[in-house]
Design a protein around this ligand. Structure first.
Ligand code: ADP
Length: 649
């Protein structure tokens, strides 16, 4: 039996953190490797040691086998866990580890190679007596519909469904091109297309003593572009008999290659309950947590035990479902624009907590979501006694999840979970094609927009109140003329939204959003990242965040972003009577007046610090301050409007 004292994780983000969690439990020290783009990522901080291995592009960092293996040697890590993605199914890494006497936490290089090719693994499955999807040698004998697939494929790349003869040749050509670009190999498979299939996969575990078991199935039929977004176990509608048959098929394949470590046998289940082998993933899967939650097993722990040469900790007979678990993948992508990956900075991130709810994430407020890596931000997994309860818990968790700053598929996931067909378990891989329009998130309802606008207005009011030093007893926005409302113009998506408000004192504002009736908003509590407001006796606590001109609020499960428009977009064009402008770019260090205050000509109103010097902005005439546009600490540009003095008659 081998000992592993220190383990290097050749991966990043949530998977690196996930592996570290188990290592900590097992008393194993961890080494993270990171690229320049990840230098301030949470996983780098969480590791016991972290080593910079190269620039952002994965080919220069996370995919550099030599550098990773050298790092393991240099740091004294006796083992490497590849996680998933990157080098997880790379036989060369397994081989390099073996050559340098490093334990590879995964299967043998031979198993990875045999199972890595869709063509070879099909032969192997067929030899083990498992039904495989019929393939055709050439397009001439193909019986339509067919699915064109890259043999070296993954992630749905290089795949085309062909339903009519005319589409065949051009589809083959473009799939080849895509495969060549993505995998450097344009070998294609022409497979019979199974209509309305379900994707059902079995988690397998094998040790180095010849024990092989399956740890139940996962249903992964909710996919977009042939990629999974929601996964669950048990698979709805899978009879115990079929589960047993498919499970036996999965273990037969694993036995045929003397598989050890964790792996997944993916299968396609046709509407008539016939099933076909699809492929084997020789690694941990993104969706492994659902299996862990229903079985109580820790699959990373099993992988490490197997790699150390220990026997499996559980026999087939002891494997059973305890309740149901369901996972969804939160992606930085825009469902409204063809699921295009979204980039940006995460302004706020708060995952909900509840018993039976697990959130595996690698992001936090401030994380940059760039173009270099997979745009998955997190996975949310709910476990409950029944499928219905697990779904409800997960949908609610999505509603509560705060993710501001980057567009995500959060609302889409919640509406899939709430769709009647999904709830009924009548799902197949066409679900999103068929119900896509019904589950696309709606633009925010007017009520939600109103709550968001009121919350952000109340927040900015409270913040101004808190930052005011002079005359603290005077309310901000106090006006001698109570009817002169303050006005903020926001951009809400494509629309413009005007918000007018008036401070009624006592933490009560009168707010008018767009053309709606004005409402009285009382501020019940104002925290750092949420504000509780009450409108008409209805009190709601709303998560909020502000990042420059962008304000965010989470209302009724919808993220609403309101971007404050500059009050005076063109300084040259708009001359404000009595307006005092910033003489140069700088920072406001003192405010000596409040709205409504009477001032005399030449009196200092605002002090601005620029280029290490203080500059006073003085009243141009005797009069009253009618507008105070800045707070202490604000950064201003030259010609920004600071104060408006209405000259005395
Ligand atoms: P990749 O390795 O690119 O992920 P897979 O072979 O695992 O590709 O297939 C991905 C998905 O494509 C499956 O989950 C399934 O939804 C669909 N698929 C694959 N093969 C077929 C087929 N022959 N008929 C119908 N759907 C298929």
């Amino acid at each position: 039996m081998k000992t592993i004292e220190k383990l290097l994780i050749a991966n990043r983000g949530e998977i690196a953190l996930r592996i570290m969690r188990t290592c900590r439990e097992m008393g194993i020290a961890t080494v993270a490797v990171f690229s320049d783009a990840d230098e301030s990522a949470p996983f780098v901080e969480a590791a016991d040691e972290a080593v910079r291995i190269g620039p952002a592009p994965a080919v220069d960092s996370y995919l550099c086998i030599e550098r990773i293996v050298d790092t393991a040697i240099r740091t004294g890590a006796g083992a490497i866990h590849p996680g998933y993605g990157f080098l997880a199914e790379n036989a060369a890494l397994a081989r390099a580890c073996a050559a340098r006497e490093i334990v590879f936490v995964g299967p043998t290089a031979r198993a990875i190679e045999l199972l890595g090719s869709k063509l070879e693994s099909k032969k192997l499955a067929s030899g083990a007596g498992v039904p495989v999807i019929p393939t055709y040698d050439s397009i001439d004998d193909a019986e339509l519909p067919v699915l064109l697939k890259a043999s070296a494929g993954g992630g749905g790349k290089g795949m085309r469904i062909v339903r009519s003869p005319g589409e065949l040749a051009p589809a083959l050509e473009s799939a080849r091109r895509e495969a060549q670009n993505a995998f450097g190999d344009d070998t294609m498979l022409i497979e019979k297309y199974i209509d309305r299939p379900r994707h059902v996969e079995f988690q397998i575990l094998g040790d180095q003593h010849g024990n092989v078991i399956h740890v139940l199935e996962r249903e992964c039929s909710i996919q977009r572009r042939h990629q999974k977004v929601i996964e669950e176990t048990p698979s709805p509608g899978l009879s115990p008999r079929l589960r047993q048959k498919m499970g036996e098929a999965a273990t037969a394949i694993a036995r045929a290659v003397d598989y050890h470590s964790a792996g997944t046998v993916e299968m396609i289940l046709a509407p008539d309950d016939s099933f076909y082998f699809l492929e084997v993933n020789t690694r941990l899967q993104v969706e492994h947590p659902v299996t862990e939650m229903v079985t109580g097993l820790d699959l990373v722990r099993e992988q490490i035990r197997i790699a150390r040469g220990e026997p499996l900790s559980i026999g087939q007979d002891a494997v059973a479902h305890h309740g149901a678990a369901i996972e969804c993948r939160l992606y930085a992508e825009d469902p409204a624009s063809d699921d295009l990956p979204a980039t940006g900075t995460v302004v706020a991130w708060r995952a909900p907590r509840a018993p039976g709810l697990r959130v595996d994430s690698g992001v936090r407020a401030g994380s940059e979501i760039g173009i270099h890596y997979d745009p998955m931000l997190a996975k949310l997994i709910a476990h409950a006694p029944t499928r219905d309860e697990a779904i409800q818990k997960l949908a609610r968790a999505l509603d509560e999840l705060v993710v501001f700053g980057v567009t995500t598929n959060r609302e889409l996931l919640a509406s899939i979970l709430r769709h009647p067909a999904f709830r009924a378990g009548t799902i197949d891989t066409h679900f999103l094609d068929e119900h896509g329009a019904e589950v696309r998130p709606d633009p925010p309802a007017k009520d939600a927009l109103e709550w968001a606008a009121c919350a952000l207005t109340a927040l900015s009011h409270e913040r101004r109140r808190a930052s005011r030093r002079v005359l603290p007893t005077l309310e901000p926005g106090y006006r001698s003329n109570r009817f002169a409302d303050q006005r903020v113009v926001y951009r809400a998506g494509e629309d413009t939204l005007t918000v007018e408000y008036q401070n009624l004192g006592d933490r009560v504002l009168c707010v008018r959003v767009g053309d709606r009736e004005p409402v009285e908003v009382s501020i019940a509590r104002c925290g750092r990242d949420s504000i509780a407001i009450e409108i008409d006796g209805h009190r709601v606590s709303i998560p909020v965040a502000v990042d420059g001109a962008r304000g965010f609020a989470l209302v009724g499960g919808q993220t609403i972003e309101l971007v404050e428009q500059p009050r005076f977009p063109d300084h040259q064009a708009i001359q404000v009577e009595g307006g005092c402008l910033a003489p140069m770019p700088g920072k406001i260090t003192r405010l000596l007046v409040v709205s409504g205050a009477a001032v005399t000509r030449g009196e200092t109103l605002v002090v601005l610090e620029a280029m290490k010097m203080e500059h006073s902005v003085r009243a141009p005439s005797d009069g009253v301050i009618t507008e105070l546009c800045v707070c202490v600490g604000d950064q201003v540009d030259a010609d920004d409007l600071l104060v408006v003095v209405k000259a005395a008659d």
